[in-house]
Structures are given as structure tokens and as C-alpha cells.
Design a protein around this ligand. Structure first.
Ligand code: ADP
Ligand code: ADP
Ligand code: ZN
Length: 215
């Protein structure tokens, strides 16, 4: 199964992708996770990406397109993949179309999580992430059993630098201007299904599974 999870920052893409990954045994490809790992490792890619990520703007298309092109050719993507946070611009979507065509692959579905702006801000300000395994939590909506500690691996939970209100508002503006137009792109390809992302995590998951059965 070859999927894209579309939606603004905080819509629940990462949370839902992790659950789908376990269910279908296909990898989650999160460009945000890949870029954060590069920043942490201090690679040239990380040094280039950091300023954009701190400012809440997008890393240049050529950079992320190259990352995804390489990643899709790895062996674990043979049976399918879930793209989370990519594409984010029309040129990225067009580059993805070309890459998949070159590999003889086609997308099965693009699932768009729809969430109100104020709910997004509340989700992002309360988001916590495990430093070790990357699992996401929310202080109110999905708290760990013990505050600050990951249920899955015992790792320390931290708050992302870009999850503070001014940067969040900037990211939401960038989303409206540059990423929202992708819905049209995928609607034209007859791949888009909109899902009500305002429901609780379990019901969003059920809606996604229903949309995949219909795709
Ligand atoms: P969120 O989960 O909140 O939507 P991500 O982890 O996907 O955030 O992305 C964090 C940051 O990484 C973005 O604000 C942007 O700077 C950069 N980034 C991630 N994916 C892309 C992409 N496809 N194109 C450009 N920049 C990206
Ligand atoms: P994205 O990857 O789209 O930026 P995340 O999956 O990281 O979004 O979710 C953002 C925050 O909202 C996290 O703290 C997560 O625990 C929480 N969250 C995710 N889905 C829901 C939901 N359906 N209802 C309430 N909170 C949610
Ligand atoms: Zn963990």
C-alpha cells in the first residue's frame, strides 16, 4: 500500500502513521523526522535545514525531494510506504509523481486529516516526543502513564523547539499558502479522501481504515 497522509502541522499525521505502520508492516517516511535526525547528527544536510526548521519555513524542495527519492528506493519500501509530511508543495508533489512513475509505482490513496486551527495550536503546544523511539504524546489528549517518560521504551519526553506558539502560527501560515493547494492536485488525480481529524485518535484511525478499504 502506497499512501500519503496530508494535513497541517498537528493534524495527527505522525500519530496515525505509526499505527498504520504497525498494522500493515510498511515504513513511515517522515521528512520531518529525517531532517531532525540530520540536525542532531550535525551533517551538512542538517546544517542547511536547521535555520528553516527553526523559523517554521520550508526546507528547499530540491533537498527534500532528493531525500525521499533515495528513501523510496530502499528495500523496505517494496511492499509500500506511508509518506508523512511530504509532499508539502506542488513542485514536491510533481517530483514525487515523476519518481514513482520512474519506479513503475502508483499511489493508492491520499488521506487528508482536517482539523481546525485552534485545535492545531492546542495539539502542538501540548505535544511531547520520545527522544529515544520518536513516539508522540500529548500532555492532555494522549498522556504517558508517567509524566515525561515514554510508555514504549522508557525514554525521556521532550518538547520540540518549533512547537511554541509564534513558530506554530508561522508554520500554519506556510501550510495554508504552500501545502493546502495539494488537495486540488490529488483531487484531480482522483486519489484524495478527506477525513475528520477532530475526532479522538481511535476514531480517526477507524475512519482512515474505512477510507483505505474504499480506495
Ligand atoms: P509537523 O509534524 O509539525 O507537521 P514536521 O516534523 O513534518 O512537522 O516538519 C518539521 C519541519 O521540517 C517543517 O516545519 C519544515 O521546516 C521541515 N520539513 C519537513 N518536511 C518538509 C518538506 N516536505 N518540505 C520542506 N520542509 C519540510
Ligand atoms: P502531525 O504529525 O500531523 O504534526 P502529531 O501526530 O504529532 O501531528 O499530533 C500532534 C499532537 O496532537 C500530538 O501531541 C498528538 O499526541 C496529538 N494528537 C494526535 N491526534 C490527535 C487527536 N485525534 N485528538 C487529540 N490529539 C491528537
Ligand atoms: Zn520511546
Amino acid at each position: 500500500m502506497k499512501l500519503i497522509l496530508l494535513g497541517p502541522p498537528g493534524a495527527g499525521k505522525g500519530t496515525q502513521a505509526k499505527m498504520l505502520t504497525e498494522r500493515f508492516g510498511i515504513p513511515q517516511i517522515s521528512t520531518g523526522d529525517i531532517l531532525r535526525a540530520a540536525v542532531k547528527a550535525g551533517t551538512p544536510l542538517g546544517q542547511q535545514a536547521k535555520a528553516c526548521m527553526d523559523a517554521g519555513t520550508l526546507v528547499p524542495d530540491a533537498v527534500v525531494v532528493g531525500i525521499v527519492r533515495d528513501r523510496l528506493q530502499e528495500a523496505d519500501c517494496q511492499a509500500g510506504f506511508i509518506l508523512d509530511g511530504f509532499p508539502r508543495t506542488v513542485p514536491q508533489a510533481e517530483a514525487l509523481d515523476a519518481t514513482l512513475a520512474g519506479l513503475g509505482k502508483e499511489l493508492d490513496a491520499v488521506l487528508s486529516l482536517e482539523v481546525d486551527v485552534e485545535a492545531l495550536v492546542e495539539r502542538l503546544t501540548g505535544r511531547r516526543t520520545c527522544r529515544e523511539c520518536g513516539r508522540g504524546y500529548h500532555v492532555k489528549f494522549d498522556p504517558p502513564r508517567q509524566a515525561g517518560i515514554c510508555d514504549a521504551c522508557g525514554g525521556e519526553l521532550f518538547q520540540r523547539d518549533d512547537d511554541q506558539e509564534t513558530t506554530i502560527r508561522k508554520r500554519l501560515e506556510v501550510y495554508q499558502a504552500q501545502t493546502a493547494p495539494l488537495a486540488d492536485h490529488y483531487q484531480k488525480h482522483d486519489l484524495l479522501t478527506r477525513v475528520d481529524g477532530m475526532q479522538e485518535i481511535g476514531s480517526v484511525q477507524q475512519q482512515l481504515l474505512a477510507a483505505l478499504r474504499a480506495a
